[in-house]
Structure formats: structure tokens, C-alpha cells
Design a protein around this ligand. Structure first.
Ligand SMILES: *[C@@H]1O[C@H](CO)[C@@H](O)[C@H](O)[C@H]1NC(C)=O
Ligand SMILES: *[C@@H]1O[C@H](CO)[C@@H](O)[C@H](O)[C@H]1NC(C)=O
Ligand SMILES: *[C@@H]1O[C@H](CO)[C@@H](O)[C@H](O)[C@H]1NC(C)=O
Ligand SMILES: *[C@@H]1O[C@H](CO)[C@@H](O)[C@H](O)[C@H]1NC(C)=O
Ligand SMILES: *[C@@H]1O[C@H](CO)[C@@H](O)[C@H](O)[C@H]1NC(C)=O
Ligand SMILES: *[C@@H]1O[C@H](CO)[C@@H](O)[C@H](O)[C@H]1NC(C)=O
Ligand SMILES: *[C@@H]1O[C@H](CO)[C@@H](O)[C@H](O)[C@H]1NC(C)=O
Ligand SMILES: *[C@@H]1O[C@H](CO)[C@@H](O)[C@H](O)[C@H]1NC(C)=O
Ligand SMILES: *[C@@H]1O[C@H](CO)[C@@H](O)[C@H](O)[C@H]1NC(C)=O
Ligand SMILES: *[C@@H]1O[C@H](CO)[C@@H](O)[C@H](O)[C@H]1NC(C)=O
Ligand SMILES: *[C@@H]1O[C@H](CO)[C@@H](O)[C@H](O)[C@H]1NC(C)=O
Ligand SMILES: *[C@@H]1O[C@H](CO)[C@@H](O)[C@H](O)[C@H]1NC(C)=O
Length: 726
């Protein structure tokens, strides 16, 4: 038969970060000792770490385990295991289970013998223990009264129930008359087993007579000692007389009759000696009957006798006269009103007029739990009053408990079955105790769907008042919690016995939600801070642009601008949000510069700027009538019509937007000379230079005296003189 596991989830928090080995997991399964056919519920606990925000959380998977094919009851061959599947790894643990059963019945019998025992003879007492398991955990303890005589154990490892019949050899002495033998079957199931170990016991009272060695003179007087044939074997010495029944157990005032018969043929007569119901000596009789209509003599010792020609043989009839108590009541000594937890009290049971006290067992119970058994060794046969007490130190669990005492007269196998029992009315106690709070260490709930008053159990008597506090403030425990109310809560419970506090870490979970505008402007190379997905547990966020999943840029550039769809999800839901992200950047100017400008010409100075938002472009220049500013798309142009020297100077273009500004400047130089004038001047200068050179040459020739003159309007020719003319 294989059992199944059902898993529930519960979280427990530990402070701080998880160890690096985050998947560390263990499966914990206790060893189990269980009574056969009981319901079995075991927790299989799986522990592993999980990082949850700032906390390292031990997630426990509690398994309630119901065993057997029927999923109800444990059988001898029940097996179970707990398995934990995490990711792909499987952890597996078998249940160590011990199934036990206390004996169905127990009884002691005397082997090969009936009636009273004879002093000095060996007898075998057998204890019949039926249907017990597992036998290897069984200890059979033999006792005489309270004296431990023998312990028997078994090594057979059978798991199913067996019958065992341990025996005890006894050789009684005369002191043992009336002694009680007891065998006790204890199942020692170890520390996981029930405490104290389950124990069943059975009792047997023996009666011992002395073997008679000396014949007594004939006839005898009533009340003489038992007389037995000297030659008779111990076991058969009193075969001459047989009592039927051999022992009587009679309730006080009840009728009784016992036959005494003989197999002898050569006797003279027989009779009964007794304070009540004695008979005359009856000649030739082979059977005489002791009859009493109302047996009322507590100390009666009836004796049957037979007289033969040579001697007299007697046989005592063991009589147990009993009486159940007149009255039984239970009371609390020296106290009235509710008890206080942890204080010692004495309960007294008043048992009046019971006999015989040595067969009395007073059993104290709390509910159905047996607490204490009291026995008495006083051998008084007449009724007595007894006042056994029980010391109790109640705990909170005992509030409302019912205490009861029971007087049982255990009169052996010859006595009435079941043994006569009288029980007191139960005493119901009230225990005052300081509050006790049972709370999980951590509780995770869904927003607006749970309140604080749900899951802490507060006990206390008188019923305590409770109060919840959070961050030093009193909170209404029946109000559903919202997402902002996660934290460490304290519950305090008070009554006049004291107060108790407990703290619970409350985590309020909720589906993700975006706090993010639909349009965002961000400066280039900065990171995006405004968009947050709130949720508990921390949601997972995915980004999409044009239906394509992507990782959001760490720092934003102008190429990243556009419309994004953000989807965040946790176990409570999903939220999507569309945002247009604009990336802003400072202006960057492009300037067209004219270089040197000829006076009188037209000039254009163009300034354009890139930037987001679109920058405002401005020119700073010396204003003049012939200078106009024009807008040409994004370009702002300074137009100078017929430039003059007044238009020379520095022209500054400034582009400004919210993010920044850029400035460029250019110098306009106006040249007033035009190239034809320069050329004319240059050729004039060359002509003048040639003229001067020519004049100089002529002068030098005249001074040497060799001159030729020509008419004025002829061409003047310069030619070198012949070298010899000097
Ligand atoms: C199982 O664990 C829960 C929570 O710790 C506890 O209340 C319950 O008593 C346990 N059950 C058993 C059978 O141990
Ligand atoms: C469950 O057990 C009960 C007795 O305990 C039995 O009568 C019943 O037939 C069982 N059911 C199944 C499905 O085994
Ligand atoms: C658990 O029990 C099964 C069969 O009952 C056995 O095959 C397996 O070896 C056991 N595992 C361990 C770890 O004892
Ligand atoms: C039997 O065992 C009990 C403990 O369980 C011990 O006190 C007692 O002395 C033992 N008796 C004998 C005869 O060994
Ligand atoms: C254990 O007891 C059972 C039943 O009494 C018997 O059949 C089996 O042989 C015994 N086994 C051992 C190892 O003694
Ligand atoms: C008793 O028995 C004897 C012999 O066995 C006989 O002589 C005698 O008469 C009998 N007595 C009575 C009263 O029957
Ligand atoms: C008292 O005796 C009964 C059997 O008569 C037994 O079941 C019970 O366990 C005993 N209680 C104690 C406390 O020894
Ligand atoms: C037995 O009890 C009676 C009455 O309670 C008392 O007188 C007597 O001394 C007691 N005997 C023993 C041996 O305890
Ligand atoms: C609120 O809790 C109840 C039970 O605890 C559950 O059935 C229900 O689904 C929850 N509602 C929401 C919205 O989580
Ligand atoms: C319990 O909490 C209350 C209120 O928070 C505080 O006054 C009290 O001292 C605490 N008691 C204990 C035992 O911690
Ligand atoms: C223009 O530029 C001159 C010199 O650079 C400066 O002094 C003046 O303040 C500027 N004017 C404006 C309107 O920016
Ligand atoms: C400058 O522009 C204005 C209007 O746009 C125009 O009336 C004026 O004639 C222009 N001046 C020059 C010198 O072009």
C-alpha cells in the first residue's frame, strides 16, 4: 500500500540575504510510530531558500500525509515516501513507520492445576497475550504485588500481530496466600512512540495451603488446621475432598452455595464448619453443601471435613466477600473557584465502605486518559473508607478538563467479569491562564482580501482582549489590509493573568501596477527613472518596441526615442503600459561662413541647429539698414544687402533649447577695393618704375658726352653706345 502526499505552501522568513547556494533544499520527514488502523497524518517538510526582496525566505512545503489504500487507516504493510520535485531534481525520502497494536486480551492461568496451591510446590503461571505487534518491542513483566520478578522479551522480527504465552515458575510459600501475580505487556516503542509506553496487564490471585504431615487425633474440633495424607503427593494430597467451586467471590449479603464432595468409599461422614451455613456431621454422605442466603460475615472461613476410620481431613474454602463503595465523590482540597495555571492542587476522592481494600484499584482519569492507579496492600477484610488524592498542576490545556476517580474491585478470574466498578461524578475544572498566541512568523496575503484577525489563535482564560499594533499605532484588525500596510505587526493579548505579545511579518501582495506617465522626456545619456512597476511579489518587467521584445537601454540616446509597451507581471496578474519616450539633447550649430566680403556685394550668413526640443536660433550682430534676418526652414539667415564697411564685425549665432545652448561666431570682413582698381594701380606703378629707370639711364649717358639728339616728336630710343666711344 503506498501513500500519497498532498502539498500546501507556507512561507517563513529569515532576515538578510540568501546564501550563495540558493537552491539548497532538504526534505524532512519524521519517524513515525502509529497504532494500527489509526489515521496517519505526517508533515513532510521541504525547506529551501528563496530571495524575496530583502529577505531570504525559507519556503516550506508542508505535506499532510494520509495513509493506506483508502487514504484513511494505517495497515501492517503501509509504506510511504515523500518526494520533492524542484526544477528537474527530485528529492526522495522513505517514511520509517512502526505500526503497533496492544494485545486484544490478556489473562493469566495456572497450568495443569486448579484450586489452591500447596506450599513448596512448583507451579507454572502462563500469561496469554493475544494479538500484539510488533513482538520485538514487547516486554512482558511479571510481578508479585509490586515486586518485579521477571522480564521477557522477544527477538522475532515479524511485523504482524502474534500471540505469545510467556510462563512464570512459582513455588509459593505460606506467606504468598492471597498474593497477586500480575503480568504486564508493555510496548516499548522508543522516543517517537507514545509516552508512557502502552501497557496492558492481567492479575491472578493465588491461595496457598500448607501440606499436612501429621495426622491429628480423631475426631477433630472445628477450626483445626488442614490435614492432608502424609503420603499424598503435594499436588494430589487433597484429592479426597473436592470443592465446587474451589473459590468463591461473593458480594456482601448475597447467597452462596458450595458443594464439598469426596470420592472416598470407606469414610464415616463429612460436613461443613462455618460461622454461617455450617452443616451437621453427615454419616456416609459423599457430598455436602454449604449454603448461605445472605453472606454477611467478613471474616468467614468455611471448612469442609471428612472423617475416616483413622483420621480427619479438612479443606478450607477461600472466600472473598466484597462490597462496592456506598458513595464516591471527588473534591478539591483547600481551594474553591477557578484554578490558576502552574499551581499545585490536591484532588481527593472519597470512597466509603469498600471491601476488600487489597483488591481495590482506584483509577484517576482526566477525560479518558488514565493518570494514576492506586492500590492498597492493607489486608483488612472488613469495609474501610479510603481517600486517595491526586496532585494536579493544571496547564492551560486543562481548562474544562474532567477529572474522575473510579473504584474497581479486581477480584480475579473467579470474580464477576467485568470487575465491579463505581465511578465518581466528574469534577470539571476551570483554569485561569495568561494568554497564549499562536501565529505564523510570516503571513502573506492578497491586498484587500485578508484581515489581521484571521490567522492568529489567541487562547486565554478569562478570554483575553487583543490589540494589534503596527509602527507604534493601534490598528483595526478587522479592516482589510492594503499594499502600503506590509510590515511587522505586534499582537498583544491581555487578561488578568498576564499579557503576551507576538509579532508577525505581514506581506501584502498585489498585482502589478504602473506608475509611469504616457509621455516621458529624458535627456540623452541619462537613465530612465520615472517608470516603475509596483507589485508584490516584485513583478517581472518586459519591454516591447514595435512588437519586438528588447532590453531597455541603460542610458538613452536619440536613436532610442519612440513608443514602448511595458508589461509587468507577478502571480497576481499582469499590467501593460504604453509610453512615448522622447530623448532630449542640446543644440548643435551648423554655420555657413562667407569669408571676405567685397563691399557692395550681397552676403548670407546661415545658421541652423539640431536639438531636441527644436532649438531657438538667434543672431547677435550690429544692426544696420541693409541687414535683414530671414527664416528659411530651420535655418536662420542674416542677409546683408550691398555690404559696406559698417557691416564688418563679429556675427554670433546662438541656438538654445531647454537642454542647453550652443554658440558659434564668425567674423565678417568687408574689402572696399575692387580688383580692377588694384590692377590699374599696379600697372601704373610698373609704368612709373620703368619711366624712372629710363630717365636715370639717359642722364648717365649725357654726362659722358656722347649724345645724340632726335626730334621731339620722334620716338625716343634708348640704345647702348659702342664700347670704344668712351
Ligand atoms: C503540520 O504542520 C503544521 C504547521 O506547522 C502543524 O500545525 C501541524 O500540527 C503539523 N501536523 C503534524 C501531523 O505534525
Ligand atoms: C475504505 O475502508 C472501509 C473500512 O475502513 C471499507 O469499508 C471501504 O470499502 C474502503 N474503501 C475502499 C475504496 O477501499
Ligand atoms: C525506499 O523504499 C523503496 C521501496 O519501498 C526502495 O526501493 C528504496 O530503495 C528506498 N529508498 C531509500 C533511500 O531507502
Ligand atoms: C524489568 O524491567 C524494569 C524496567 O523496565 C526494571 O525496573 C526491573 O528491575 C526489571 N526486572 C527484572 C526482574 O529484571
Ligand atoms: C516469528 O514468529 C512467526 C509467528 O509466530 C513465525 O512464523 C516465524 O518463523 C518467527 N520468525 C523468527 C525469525 O523467529
Ligand atoms: C453406613 O454405611 C455402613 C457400611 O458401609 C453401614 O453399616 C451403615 O449402616 C450405614 N449407615 C447409614 C446411616 O446408612
Ligand atoms: C491503570 O491501569 C489500567 C488497567 O487496569 C491501565 O490501562 C492504565 O494504563 C493504568 N494507568 C496508569 C497510569 O498506570
Ligand atoms: C489496615 O487498615 C485498617 C483500617 O484502615 C487499620 O486499622 C490497619 O492498621 C491497617 N493495617 C495495615 C497492615 O496497614
Ligand atoms: C480572496 O480570498 C479567498 C479565500 O481566501 C479566495 O477564494 C479569493 O479568490 C480571494 N480573492 C482574491 C481577489 O484574491
Ligand atoms: C506587549 O506590547 C505592549 C504594547 O505594544 C507593550 O506595552 C508591552 O510592554 C509588551 N509586552 C511584552 C511582554 O513584550
Ligand atoms: C551681442 O554680442 C555683444 C558682444 O559679443 C554683447 O555685448 C551683447 O550683449 C550681445 N547682445 C545680445 C542681445 O546677446
Ligand atoms: C528687409 O525686409 C523688409 C521686410 O521683410 C523689407 O521691407 C526691407 O526692404 C528689407 N530690407 C532690405 C535692405 O532688404
Amino acid at each position: 500500500m503506498l501513500a500519497f502526499l498532498v502539498l500546501m505552501l507556507l512561507d517563513r522568513a529569515a532576515d538578510g540575504a540568501c546564501p550563495p547556494d540558493t537552491n539548497l533544499q532538504t526534505v524532512e520527514l519524521p519517524e513515525v510510530v502509529v497504532r494500527h488502523a489509526d489515521l496517519l497524518q505526517i508533515n513532510c517538510t521541504a525547506l529551501f531558500h528563496k530571495q524575496l526582496g530583502r529577505h531570504c525566505v525559507f519556503t516550506e512545503e508542508h505535506t499532510s500525509l494520509l495513509v493506506a489504500r483508502n487514504l484513511t487507516r494505517v495497515d501492517w504493510d503501509t509504506q510511504a515516501h515523500c518526494s520533492l520535485k524542484l526544477n528537474e531534481s527530485l528529492q526522495y525520502k522513505n517514511l520509517t513507520i512502526t505500526v503497533y497494536k496492544t494485545p486484544d486480551s490478556m489473562s493469566i492461568s495456572l497450568l495443569n492445576h486448579s484450586g489452591p496451591m500447596v506450599e513448596g510446590t512448583e507451579y507454572h503461571l502462563q500469561c496469554d497475550i493475544l494479538n500484539v505487534a510488533p513482538v520485538q518491542n514487547l516486554i512482558v513483566k511479571w510481578y508479585k504485588g509490586n515486586e518485579s520478578l521477571l522480564n521477557v522479551t522477544y527477538s522475532n522480527s515479524t511485523k504482524t500481530p502474534v500471540d505469545v504465552f510467556p510462563t512464570l515458575i512459582v513455588t509459593p510459600s505460606s506467606d504468598d496466600d492471597g498474593a497477586q501475580y500480575r503480568c504486564e505487556a508493555e510496548l516499548d516503542l522508543g522516543p517517537e512512540g507514545p509516552q508512557p509506553p502502552p501497557t496492558v496487564s492481567s492479575k491472578y490471585q493465588i491461595y496457598v495451603v500448607q501440606p499436612q504431615n501429621q495426622p491429628t487425633p480423631f475426631p477433630t474440633t472445628p477450626g483445626s488446621k488442614d490435614i492432608v495424607q502424609p503420603t499424598a503427593k503435594p499436588k494430589g494430597h487433597n484429592d479426597l475432598l473436592e470443592l465446587n467451586p474451589p473459590i468463591v467471590v461473593v458480594e456482601y449479603g448475597d447467597p452462596v452455595s458450595v458443594n464439598c464432595s469426596t470420592s472416598s468409599t470407606d469414610h464415616e461422614g463429612m460436613g461443613w464448619e462455618a460461622t454461617q451455613g455450617g452443616t451437621d456431621f453427615q454419616l456416609n454422605a459423599t457430598i455436602v453443601t454449604w449454603i448461605v442466603d445472605n453472606l454477611e460475615d467478613w471474616t468467614i472461613k468455611p471448612m469442609c471435613y471428612i472423617t475416616t476410620s483413622t483420621n480427619q481431613v479438612t479443606k478450607m474454602l477461600p472466600v472473598i466477600l466484597y462490597k462496592t463503595p456506598d458513595n464516591m465523590s471527588i473534591s478539591l482540597l483547600d481551594h474553591s473557584g477557578p484554578m490558576v495555571e502552574g499551581t499545585e492542587y490536591h484532588l481527593q476522592c472519597d470512597i466509603l465502605n469498600v471491601a476488600p481494600v487489597q483488591n481495590l484499584i482506584v483509577k484517576w482519569y482526566k477525560g479518558n486518559e488514565s493518570l494514576l492507579n492506586v492500590t492498597y496492600s492493607n489486608s483488612t477484610k472488613t469495609p474501610v473508607d479510603v481517600f486517595p488524592t491526586l496532585i494536579v498542576t493544571p496547564s492551560s490545556d486543562d481548562d474544562g478538563a474532567q477529572y474522575r476517580c473510579e473504584a474497581e474491585l479486581d477480584l480475579g478470574p473467579e470474580g464477576p467479569q467485568p470487575p465491579p466498578t463505581v465511578s465518581s461524578e466528574p469534577l470539571i475544572i476551570t483554569v485561569h491562564y495568561k494568554p497564549d498566541i499562536k501565529c505564523p512568523l510570516q503571513y502573506i496575503g492578497v491586498e484587500k482580501n485578508f484581515t489581521l484577525d484571521k490567522y492568529c489563535v489567541v487562547m486565554g482564560n478569562p478570554p483575553p482582549d487583543t490589540e494589534w499594533n503596527w509602527e507604534g499605532k493601534h490598528v483595526n484588525a478587522s479592516k482589510p489590509l492594503n499594499r502600503k500596510e506590509s510590515g511587522r505587526y505586534t499582537i498583544s493579548a491581555f487578561n488578568h493573568q498576564g499579557s503576551t505579545n507576538a509579532t508577525v511579518e505581514i506581506i501584502v501582495e498585489y498585482a502589478p501596477e504602473w506608475t509611469c506617465p504616457s509621455k516621458i522626456e529624458i535627456k540623452e545619456n541619462e537613465s530612465l527613472l520615472e517608470c516603475k512597476a509596483n507589485g508584490q511579489p516584485e513583478p517581472e518587467v518586459r519591454w516591447y518596441k514595435d512588437q519586438t521584445s528588447l532590453d531597455p537601454p541603460r542610458t538613452w540616446t536619440r536613436q532610442n526615442r519612440g513608443e514602448y509597451t511595458l508589461v509587468s507581471s507577478n502571480k497576481h496578474g499582469e499590467a501593460s503600459h504604453t509610453v512615448h519616450i522622447d530623448v532630449l539633447y542640446a543644440p548643435e550649430i551648423h554655420l555657413t561662413t562667407p569669408g571676405i566680403v567685397r563691399a557692395g556685394s550681397d552676403v548670407s550668413l546661415g545658421c541652423s541647429a539640431q536639438g531636441n526640443p527644436l532649438p531657438e536660433v538667434k543672431w547677435n550682430y550690429t544692426v544696420a539698414d541693409n541687414v535683414n534676418l530671414t527664416n528659411d526652414g530651420h535655418q536662420r539667415t542674416v542677409r546683408i544687402t550691398r555690404a559696406t564697411s559698417t557691416n564688418a564685425g563679429i556675427y554670433i549665432c546662438t541656438a538654445t533649447n531647454r537642454v542647453g545652448r550652443d554658440t558659434r561666431e564668425t567674423t565678417v570682413t568687408i574689402s572696399t577695393i575692387d580688383y580692377s582698381t588694384i590692377l590699374m594701380v599696379a600697372s601704373l606703378i610698373v609704368f612709373l618704375v620703368i619711366l624712372i629707370l629710363l630717365v636715370y639711364y639717359c642722364r648717365r649717358r649725357k654726362r659722358r658726352g656722347d649724345y645724340h639728339f632726335h626730334p621731339i616728336n620722334s620716338n625716343i630710343q634708348m640704345a647702348p653706345l659702342p664700347p670704344d666711344s668712351k
